[in-house]
Design a protein around this ligand. Structure first.
Ligand code: ADP
Ligand code: MG
Length: 300
């Protein structure tokens, strides 16, 4: 596999296609502030001071359960950042490292290094503030201490080393690049990788208030096409639906509305006829399914 094939997006920001990414994710505002401020500060300091002084590597880690908005926030960050920079522009480079891990034995390390320390910087050579999104980084940065060699072939370990070495070289030579790594499994992440991150932000599952806000927001978003659905956003029984959904991630909370529409032929043919009962019923089922999955996970 060619390292260039691992770059799945290379976009200049602001870009209208990314406009709603940041605001679509409903989390504690302080989490978004930390992410944005840490990035801005690193962009401010790193061109002027070496890593020996600041201890900054230009690495931000977003971790938490799947479906909580990490990837979307990282993409939105690039858009949000652009107007705050001197150049009023920023770049988003998204890389998908998965393919590299299946490279022939012994090839991964070299390829990972080439990708991160050579190819990606060449795409950002104009010095524009650049967010490099390293999504689901656990696929390459598996903990070397916790992992058995059997579960994690030696090549993956070498690739982890390559990631760390490449990040060190990027830190020194390319102060306009900020790597945002996301991970669904923080436990499995390499300690050295974690300690190199300038900031590690946990994006948690939404609580009841968060779920209610996500449901309400989803109903309003649907309302742009089907005004009848938007009316449900203010319904007092939304609390009840939200309480049933505790433990469900943001992505699946959004899916509840589509599932609820699919329950009856009438609401499929005319989504404006969705009722609060459709929603509360679907939420109860989703919540029960979640509990079942948790129980079977615990039994494993
Ligand atoms: N906190 C949230 N608020 C609103 N929508 C969310 C939230 N978390 C997830 N979503 C929805 O789920 C989709 C997928 O989220 P994603 O960024 O891929 O999550 P992750 O990377 O954590 O798995 C988002 O585009 C959004 O529609
Ligand atoms: Mg993701």
């Amino acid at each position: 596999m060619n390292v260039a094939d691992c770059v799945i997006a290379n976009e200049l920001m602001p870009d209208p296609a990314y406009e709603s990414a940041w605001s679509s994710i409903i989390v504690e505002p302080s989490l978004k502030d930390r992410l944005l401020h840490a990035t801005l500060l690193a962009l401010q300091l790193r061109p002027k001071l070496p890593p020996e002084v600041t201890a900054l590597h230009g690495l931000v880690l977003l971790h938490g359960p799947p479906g909580t908005g990490k990837t979307t926030l990282a993409r939105g960050l690039a858009h949000e950042l652009a107007p705050l920079t001197d150049s009023k522009q920023a770049r988003l480079i998204e890389i998908n490292p998965h393919g590299l891990m299946s490279a022939e034995h012994g090839q991964s390390q070299q390829k990972v290094f080439e990708l991160l320390s050579d190819h990606v910087p060449s795409l950002a050579a104009d010095g524009l503030p650049t967010i490099v999104l390293l999504d689901e980084v656990e696929s390459m940065a598996v903990s070397r201490s916790a992992a058995s060699l059997q579960a994690n072939p030696a090549d993956v370990h070498r690739a982890t080393d390559a990631v760390l070495t490449a990040l060190d070289s990027v830190a020194r030579e390319h102060p306009s690049i900020i790597t945002v790594a996301t991970s669904n499994f923080t436990d499995a992440l390499d300690e050295a990788f974690k300690s190199r991150s300038d900031v590690a932000i946990e994006i948690p599952l939404p609580d009841a208030d968060g779920i209610k806000a996500i449901l309400g927001r989803t109903l309003l978003d649907f309302g742009q096409a089907y005004p009848g659905i938007a009316k449900l956003a203010g319904d007092s029984r939304l609390d009840e639906a939200a309480c049933s959904l505790i433990g469900v991630d943001g992505r699946r909370v959004r899916k509840v509305v589509t599932e609820a529409l699919g329950r009856r032929r009438e609401s499929i043919l005319d989504p404006n006829t969705l009722t609060i009962e459709d929603l509360t019923e679907t939420s109860r089922e989703f919540g029960a399914m979640e509990l079942q999955m948790e129980a079977s996970d615990a039994a494993l």
